[in-house]
Design a binder for this molecule. Structure first.
Ligand SMILES: C[S@@+](CC[C@H](N)C(=O)[O-])C[C@H]1O[C@@H](n2cnc3c(N)ncnc32)[C@H](O)[C@@H]1O
Length: 382
């Protein structure tokens, strides 16, 4: 198991200073701008903060940060307005110490006073319905700044990581080779006859499902937001291997046992954690049940706003309880996105924890009225 280790230079850095962290190489320029937005800065204030830190000598990281601002004034203004306008919604789904934002929020940026009651899954869904209508790219990753090219770059990093760890087929020691091929792939090539069956939990607009489809036998995307489901169905329509369905977001009991090789949760687990410990536990239990022996549960960000050690402890306890070995615990593998990564492998010998005898019906648009086979199926048009 690999675990997160703090950088020795961290002590000298102010965790609230997004520009300083970026200049020190600790976060990407994209994440720095995201943190400034989440901190309440508008476009002019962001530009002023960056300019105020102009180093006396040429500095590649400052140039990158400053360069990212060029031509983005209007979009940054809109994003800042959206973050401000939806302050109520953000707050409504915020947990103690959570940043007031939907995506990629930094733990350190959280004001301690942002203590809120736990939101319901419906409140989370309503928030994402609104967010996706404003900017699909920003709704799944605010650090994309609404730019499809930035989001594609982040998606490629994730695909590369999954591939290197053998989550979607034999591991490839050549980083970068897979994402390029995958992201350039053509839907008309169809799905491979063999390959992983993947559950993309909290699939958002379907960007990961589309990246996975050329390498996987099937991808089932589940999301609690009807707006996200509609957008993902529209974007994934060309891919027969992808199926997108709504979920009430409480558990995975509607899915069949031993049907998946990978359960992938990219920035969706923090919203389950916000709903409460039962939702996280139910999904880890469910993942253990629906994964085939040796299958993986990959989580990118377990929470927003908690120390990573707390996430490691909570997930390790759940892993023990449900027959997972923890392979990666909280390391930050990406250059662009600052996510904490967790990778669990389902023990080949662990007994399957059965789903409750009478599973709750899946509403409002059931994953299936009965069990959902992971094999590729055509969606009904949205
Ligand atoms: C920040 S977005 C990330 C979307 C996608 N994984 C990506 O990275 O592009 C979080 C997504 O999780 C979904 N979500 C939140 N809680 C959920 C739950 N309990 N079950 C399923 N989806 C959920 C949201 O609706 C939203 O689409």
């Amino acid at each position: 198991m690999t675990a997160a280790t703090p950088h020795s230079a961290d002590a000298a850095l102010d965790p609230q200073d997004a520009v300083g962290l970026c200049l020190a190489g600790r976060i990407s320029p994209q994440v720095a701008l995201c943190r400034l937005l989440l901190g309440g800065a508008d476009a002019d204030a962001i530009a002023a903060q960056v300019e105020a830190r102009r180093p006396p000598a040429p500095h590649p990281r400052w140039e990158a940060l400053s360069g990212l601002l060029h031509g983005r004034g209007a979009m940054l203004a809109q994003l800042a307005g959206e973050v401000g306008r939806h302050g109520g919604n953000h707050a409504a789904i915020a947990t103690p110490h959570a940043p007031p934002g939907a995506a990629a929020g930094p733990p350190e940026a959280a004001p301690p006073e942002a203590v809120q009651a736990a939101p319901s899954a419906a409140a989370v869904a309503a928030f994402f319905d609104s967010a996706v209508a404003f900017s699909p790219e920003a709704s799944v990753a605010l650090y994309s700044l609404g730019d499809p090219a930035i989001l594609a770059q982040a998606t490629a990093e994730i695909m590369d990581w999954l591939h290197r760890h053998g989550c979607i087929g034999p591991a490839d020691s050549a980083p970068g080779a897979l994402p390029t091929a995958v992201l350039a792939a053509d839907a008309s090539a169809g799905a491979p006859a063999s390959g992983a069956d993947v559950l993309d939990l909290g699939c958002g607009i379907g960007r990961l499902a589309i990246a996975l489809a050329p390498r996987c036998r099937s991808v089932l995307g589940l999301d609690v937001s009807a707006g996200m489901v509609a957008e993902a169905r529209r974007r994934c329509a060309a891919w027969p291997a992808i199926r997108i369905e709504a979920t009430p977001g409480t558990d995975l009991d509607a899915l069949p046992a031993h049907a998946f090789d990978l359960v992938l949760a990219v920035d969706s687990m923090p919203y389950l954690v916000q709903v409460g410990p039962d939702a996280l536990a139910a999904h880890v239990r469910g993942a253990a049940r629906i994964l085939r022996p040796g299958g993986r549960l990959a989580i990118l960000n377990l929470s927003f706003g908690r120390p990573v050690a707390q996430d490691v402890a909570e997930l390790s306890a759940l892993a023990d309880r449900h027959g997972f070995a923890v392979e990666i615990a909280g390391e930050r593998p990406f250059a662009l996105w600052d996510a904490a990564a967790f990778l669990l492998r389902r023990d080949a010998c662990a007994p399957v924890t059965p789903a409750p005898v009478a599973p709750a019906p899946v509403k409002p648009a059931p994953v299936a009225s009965d069990a959902v086979p992971p094999a590729p199926t055509r969606r009904s048009p949205s």
